[in-house]
Design a protein around this ligand. Structure first.
Ligand SMILES: C[S@@+](CC[C@H](N)C(=O)[O-])C[C@H]1O[C@@H](n2cnc3c(N)ncnc32)[C@H](O)[C@@H]1O
Length: 297
């Protein structure tokens, strides 16, 4: 989920990305990770034998959370190309990923590129075996995904996109029952609208991202597997919850400034109940694995 620091310029702090990392890693789908590892292990192209290092491109890599999750779960030597427009996050990523090894103890090389994603499709995907991203696509516009799918189809690489928000946000009481007050509905609807604001390339996909990724990659000749990967946040995640909800409050005040009092009341009540252990929070994501379909003989 990207709301905590989501603004029109899509600026994210290393502190926020670090805070969310363990919830992200816990949520991710193990089956899709195994499936992409198997596919990569069997992939040989005319240009590269099975033993060659796999080239993996991480789009919007931030400070490297996706690399720290995936690299140690994949076999074989790996060359990671980390792409982000934020040079300071890339510096954090380089430092914090430098000692990674593959699942079978082989080398993980890193290369960082400061680039905007709209130029990445043509230059930075070249030679990729796998293109991956986590917590990215709500920020991008549908035409970005069209261009990305087109480039992935050209290189016949796989794609693994983790943790795309799907808009399902619910507080739960101690019995596990979902709450849905008028204020919850008001807040989550306004948050969804805020997420879809223009981040530079037209209205962002927000929680439509999982559906659009599916449609567009299917149309570009990929077989798809998907998994639901929600955050389930309770007492063990209170710093993350506080930061997330502070971001929600800022976003809501931007989106519906006339409703500041209602927002403050809702935020105060829900946060206090979370801090008292009376509520928990689920926040929906989808992971998508796209594998290029074999050409028909
Ligand atoms: C929510 S963060 C996710 C970071 C990382 N993938 C993770 O899971 O922790 C989104 C990242 O995408 C980057 N980003 C957003 N829009 C971008 C764009 N148009 N070009 C390049 N990077 C972008 C941001 O700088 C940020 O690092």
């Amino acid at each position: 989920m990207t709301e905590a620091t989501l603004d029109a310029d899509a600026v994210f702090s290393d502190q926020w990305l670090t805070l969310r990392e363990s919830a992200d890693h816990l949520a991710r789908d193990a089956q899709l990770t195994h499936a992409v590892d198997r596919w990569l292990s069997q992939r040989a192209t005319p240009a590269q034998p099975l033993s060659a290092a796999r080239t993996i491109v991480d789009l919007g890599c931030g400070s490297g959370s996706n690399v720290r999750f995936l690299a140690p779960r994949l076999h074989g030597s790996q060359h990671w190309r980390l792409v982000d427009h934020d040079a300071s996050l890339l510096a954090h990523a380089r430092l914090r990923c430098e000692h990674l090894k593959s699942l079978d103890g082989q080398a993980v090389h890193l290369e960082t590129r400061t680039a905007s994603l709209d130029t990445a499709w043509s230059r930075d995907l070249e030679g990729a075996d796998l293109v991956t991203a986590s917590a990215l696509f709500d920020l991008l516009a549908p035409q970005d995904v069209e261009a990305l799918a087109d480039a992935c189809a050209r290189y016949r690489c796989a794609a693994l996109f983790a943790l795309s928000v799907d808009g399902h946000i619910r507080f739960h009481d101690a019995s596990g029952a979902a709450l849905a007050s008028d204020d919850d509905r008001f807040a989550f609807t306004a948050l969804a609208a805020h997420q879809r604001r223009d981040k530079g390339a037209g209205p962002a996909m927000g929680s439509e991202a999982p559906r659009l990724l599916r449609e567009i990659f299917h149309r570009h000749g990929f077989n798809l597997r998907e998994a639901s990967t929600p955050w389930r946040l309770g007492q063990e995640s209170l710093p993350l919850v506080e930061s997330l909800m502070a971001g929600w409050r800022r976003a809501l005040e931007e989106q519906v400034p006339a409703q500041r009092n209602r927002i403050a009341h809702w935020h105060g009540q829900r946060l206090e109940a979370m801090l008292q252990g009376q509520l928990s929070l689920t926040l929906g994501h989808r992971d998508l694995l796209a594998i290029p379909r074999e050409p028909q003989p």
